[in-house]
Ligand binder design. Sequence first.
Ligand code: SAM
Length: 300
Amino acid sequence: MREKAAEWRNPDFYTRNVWFTDKDEDQALSLRFTGEVFFDVQSPFQRVRILESTKYGKMLALDDMVMTTINDEFHYHEMISHPAMFTHGNAKNILVIGGGDGGTVREILRHEGVEKVTMVEIDGEVIKACKEHLPQIAAAFDNPKLDLKVDDGIAYIKNAAPQSFDIIIVDGSDPVGPAEGLFSVEFYTNCFNALKEGGILVAQGESPKFNEKAFAELNHTLQDIFGKENAPVSLFYVPTYPTGMWSFQYGIKGGIAPKAITNETAIDAFVDAKGLRYYNADIHKASFATPNFVKALIKK
Ligand code: SAM
């Protein structure tokens, strides 16, 4: 209590005591931020802001949702990229839909065998904000293997050539606004068609504790399109998303199941060489273990 009183007497306390709250009707996650606003633009799609949280550093917020922060972005970006890359084993042509902060393409391009990454992000303001203010995350936009398109990923995949990608990553926001269509049956059917045989789809899969309905519906869609046994869920921990428990959901078009990987030695050599901070061979396998309440949610 005495420590708290000392904090309240500090004149900085009141300017620092500003909270950003990411919430639904029943739960919320709040981050204290410094009050400094580095970027605040209403784009045609969403309000794009770069703010600074006291614990997690600068962060990207879209409308009132935390998208990523400097201090924990590696949890998300390593886990959306490397399990699929190592499961596939020979991915050369990758499509990323969304992902405007650049963290996913940064991770994918760590794999030397990759020949081309096409990234389709709908909102140029997100890319601009992150290039200017989150350069650690937006670190690969100048890579010559990247073909960056500012366009709607839903329209893009509708017109994509069949069997053209080894991996498709849907790094989209929650199912509201421009990302709503990233959760539809039509969208994932088009993704299935655009994947080569042996290809892998990975989608930002929401949380089985925060938005159970969206989580379960997405899994049911993937089970319907890819097959019941081919829609595994990877769970991981992100401190700045409400509840902290988040998922990536998979569609496997042939090939091996992600939890059956056997190339642990190659994974750990890569992890050491690249200095990864979340992903490793044990985490890869563990993330595909499913708690019973999650099994019940996705059972059809
Ligand atoms: N990588 C972030 C993180 O660490 O949490 C979350 C993803 S955020 C960058 C999601 C991106 O998807 C946003 O930049 C948003 O503009 C983009 N997006 C939403 N709907 C889209 C669509 N229909 N086509 C392409 N991109 C879309």
